[in-house]
Design a protein around this ligand. Structure first.
Ligand SMILES: Nc1nc2c(ncn2[C@@H]2O[C@H](COP(=O)(O)OP(=O)(O)OP(=O)(O)O)[C@@H](O)[C@H]2O)c(=O)[nH]1
Ligand SMILES: [Mg+2]
Length: 341
């Protein structure tokens, strides 16, 4: 099952208590305080793992609790530190604080690791509190509590190009033609229920395309499958907006519906480089092609036409996408990478 959203609760381990103890030995009268320190509580961290593809595992386990530090002991023995808890997440996972919405981790690289909750410091034993005037302190420090926080985890797939459009526009057919991906294709809406990724090779380069479920008018209000799958094209360098040319003479109306949904989802998505692509050129409706071309021109987007069935125009499209991907890879990331503790 493809799960791309989860909430988790994490609790780092409390620090161990400092110990109150006194040295007692036969020939050492009043041996002085000898209470050891409490151990550090275990922390909770996330780590990106290429072995995972979804957040399915978080469906069953939502609470993560690290071990507390061992209490300090007599004879100046410190307690052991508690063990850390490591939560594995797929690459592309974004972790936000549930309360403040602040992004605490954006796991783009395999093995990247971020601290979510820090273990409490152990308390100091009474050996630390002896002074000239108070040689036998009968107290020690308690351990600090470990941090306790709630997070929202979202998976945002990492792809270079995102395919968007109305249901039945031919998105899955296109990805199946340009890559080895074999998604379900059928002539009814909402055939695709979860995103598909495909790797496209062109002129010795490769890039990754994401095919997501179709959007309909009102998707931002939850109509159809909603617009939550758009999170998987947020990281893309460019979007391909596929518009069916076989339905009517004015496909620009269909195109405007998707354009509006993209804007309503986020300004960032609306501003992403976008290519308008007429699909099903083999069975084009009269006048549709000119109408959509005009729409793209007015809106300032590049325009392509393809038939995934006959292959017409597909190479031109993938070549252009390849150059768009290459361009954006050259631009350094404008946002600083998150600092890993
Ligand atoms: N004639 C023709 N039919 C096509 C072409 N591309 C796709 N189709 C048909 O259009 C229908 C829908 O194709 P899909 O690829 O499943 O459409 P989709 O955009 O992925 O649809 P959803 O997953 O429901 O959003 C299928 O019956 C395809 O065979 C094309 O180039 N020409
Ligand atoms: Mg599909």
């Amino acid at each position: 099952m493809f799960i791309d959203y989860a909430t988790i609760r994490v609790k780092a381990g409390d620090g161990g208590q400092g110990c109150v103890a006194f040295r007692r030995e036969k020939f050492v009268p009043r041996g002085g305080p000898s209470g050891g320190d409490g151990g550090l509580g275990g922390s909770v961290r996330v780590v990106a793992s290429g072995r995972l593809n979804t957040l399915y595992h978080l469906q069953f386990k939502r609470d993560f609790k690290a071990q507390r530090g061992q209490h300090g002991m007599g004879s100046n023995c410190s307690g052991q530190a508690g063990e850390d808890v490591i939560i594995e997440l797929p690459i592309g996972a974004v972790v936000r604080d549930k309360v403040t919405n602040e992004i605490v981790a954006d796991l783009i690289e395999d093995g990247a690791s971020v601290l979510l909750a820090k273990g409490g410091r152990g308390g100091q034993g009474n050996q630390h509190f002896a002074t000239a005037t108070r040689q036998a302190p009968r107290f020690a420090q308690p351990g600090e509590p470990g941090e306790e926080r709630e997070f929202v985890v979202e998976l945002k797939l990492i792809a270079d190009i995102g395919l968007v459009g109305l249901p039945n526009a031919g998105k899955s057919t296109l990805i199946s033609v340009i890559s080895a991906a074999k998604p379900k294709i059928a002539d009814y809406p909402f055939t695709t229920l979860v995103p598909n990724l495909g790797v496209v090779s062109v002129d010795g380069d490769t890039f990754v395309v994401a095919d997501i479920p179709g959007l309909i008018e009102g998707a931002h209000e939850g109509h159809g499958l909603g617009d939550r799958f758009l999170r998987h094209v947020e990281r893309c360098s460019a979007l391909v907006h596929l518009v069916d040319l076989s339905l009517s003479e004015n496909p620009s109306r269909d195109a405007a519906v998707i354009a509006a949904e993209l804007s309503l989802y986020s300004g960032l998505l609306a501003e992403k480089p976008r290519v308008i692509c007429g699909s099903k050129l083999d069975s084009v409706h009269e006048g549709a092609s000119a109408d959509l071309r005009q729409y793209a021109k007015t809106a300032g987007y590049e325009y392509f036409e393809i038939s995934a069935v006959t292959g017409q125009g597909v190479t031109e499209l993938t070549r252009r996408l390849n150059s768009l991907v290459k361009q954006s890879r050259q631009v350094p990331a404008t946002q600083p990478l998150p600092v890993y503790d």
